[in-house]
Design a protein around this ligand. Structure first.
Ligand SMILES: Cc1ncc(COP(=O)(O)O)c(C=O)c1O
Length: 468
């Protein structure tokens, strides 16, 4: 089979997978790994190779066990459902293979990342640099880089913040007075980054939060005062927009002045909620984001882009460029060639052409269409909450601010984990659970364009039948 024929065969199978109707078994088929490995013929593939015909067969088995993020009943996790624009980018990059941390390894991909970063900086509200060849000396602009995921993005931004607060950190290691400040409900990527950066648990200060788990002015002011009184040096205060568990937005416009007064770097984890910036009606939720020092924004959550693709954005280009120190003589050297190398801005050395995916996801239908998608997801979540509020058999943890909702049937408290397992096994609905305010809740994240009001009604009906 020629590669063109193979591509056509694979493409036909993939489109059938995407077009398959919902119904039982629609979201995922969980089987023991040994069984899946046997069905995929992994051992035979490793021993004998597959060849083109074998790859087509392999894909059939692979799709049997693939999770259908595009199914109307999938609302378990915050990952973008398949999108043709992003898929086209994956196909192009898969075939061309241009890891583009340095310009010469993918001039088109690098140019796209540069332009896309500028577009995102503009959405945040920051001034952007011109093309590298036309830069004016002394320009005060913002800057950024695409990295492989929100967790790595968080680490990247916090390393930059640390370099600013302790310029000699790469020579001397951490000053023992360094600390981070965040809400207890901040994504675990923050504490993970702290540990990787050599900070112990006692060096993470939790600022008090409100009933939504969101930071408050008073909580932030108290945490900053405590840090100062204890002689600590905050690397950054981390705000979240919006939170993973319940989708709550921190009041950025009210927290930022406190950070500025204290001279503390404000990092905004907008991995999920950054998408609201493209909607004229929703961007209000991130009011004050332009006052931050750095922002992390995942495309593979609400921007219809396949995993992974994360922007790390900085208000001050100098902080972005100064984050890392290491040099490699075979990569970092003066050159008269055109272009821009992203290498010095990222933890990664080799970096995939993420901008291509984000760009084609946007360009497929245009940014306004993605904005309408985000608005629809948020509105549908509000519908689900209104249904729950009006239903004596259910309770919700909070009114949703985004497309994340925590709720549970009133009967059978404590059965949330069992209910989730039961529904996943049935295959029609796929949801998650979370601990919020010390209690376990069912959690839905509405992201599939196939989900509609009928799906929500059916989910509630199914849960009503199943609750003990
Ligand atoms: C608010 C927030 N920050 C960071 C992350 C981590 O991002 P990633 O999964 O891309 O590493 C997540 C993931 O769910 C998140 O919800």
């Amino acid at each position: 089979m020629s590669i063109e024929k193979l591509n056509a065969v694979l493409s036909a199978q993939l489109e059938r997978f995407i077009a398959e109707p919902g119904g039982r078994g629609a979201t995922v088929h969980l089987a023991p790994m040994g069984e899946i490995a046997g069905d995929l013929g992994l051992q035979q593939g490793l021993r004998e190779g597959l060849g083109e015909d074998g790859v087509a067969c392999f894909l059939q088995s692979y799709l049997r066990y693939a999770t259908r993020l595009h199914s109307d009943g999938f609302f378990a996790h915050q990952t973008a459902p398949p999108n043709p624009g992003s898929a086209a980018a994956a196909l192009i990059d898969g075939r061309v293979s241009n890891p583009m941390a340095i310009f010469e390894m993918g001039p088109a991909a690098s140019t796209i990342e540069y332009a896309l970063i500028n577009h995102l900086l503009t959405l945040v509200g920051w001034p952007t640099p011109g093309w590298p060849e036309q830069r004016q000396p002394g320009e005060q602009v913002a800057a950024g880089v695409l990295v492989h995921g929100g967790s790595l993005g968080t680490l990247t931004a916090l390393v930059a913040a640390r370099t600013r607060v302790q310029a000699d950190v790469w020579d001397r290691g951490n000053d023992p007075r360094l600390c981070l400040i965040c809400a207890e409900g901040a994504h675990y990527a923050v504490q993970r980054a702290a540990g990787i950066m050599g900070l112990g648990r006692s060096q993470v200060i939790f600022a008090a939060s409100d009933h939504r788990g969101a930071l408050t002015e008073d909580g932030v002011a108290a945490a900053l005062t405590r840090a100062a009184e204890e002689g600590r040096i905050p690397i950054a205060l981390i705000a979240t927009a919006c939170s993973t568990s319940v989708g709550a937005f921190d009041p950025l416009d009210r927290i930022a002045p406190l950070c500025h007064q204290a001279g503390v770097w404000l990092h905004v984890d907008a991995a999920h909620g950054g998408a609201a910036l493209i909607s004229p009606v929703l961007r209000e939720r991130l009011k004050g984001i332009e006052l931050a020092d750095s922002v992390v924004w995942d495309a593979h959550k609400m921007m219809r882009t396949g995993p992974l693709c994360t922007a790390v954005l900085y208000r001050d280009e100098r902080a972005c460029n100064a984050a890392f120190e290491q040099e490699a003589s075979y990569l970092f050297h003066d050159k008269a060639l055109p272009g821009f190398d992203f290498l010095h801005r990222a933890i990664e050395c080799t970096k995939s052409a993420m901008g291509l995916k984000w760009y084609l996801a946007l360009a497929w239908e245009g940014e306004a269409a993605i904005a309408r998608y985000v608005e629809r997801c948020f509105a549908l979540t509000r519908y689900a909450w209104e249904r729950i509020e009006a239903d004596p058999d259910f309770e919700a943890a909070l009114a949703p601010e985004a497309n994340i909702l925590c709720f549970r049937p009133l009967r059978g408290a404590g059965a949330e984990l069992r209910l989730r397992d039961q529904l996943i096994n049935e295959g029609r609905f796929h949801l998650s659970t979370t601990l919020f305010a010390g209690q376990r809740w069912l959690r839905i994240v509405l992201m599939s364009p196939q989900t509609d009001e009928r799906t929500i009604d059916q989910l509630l009906e199914r849960l009503r039948q199943e609750a003990p």
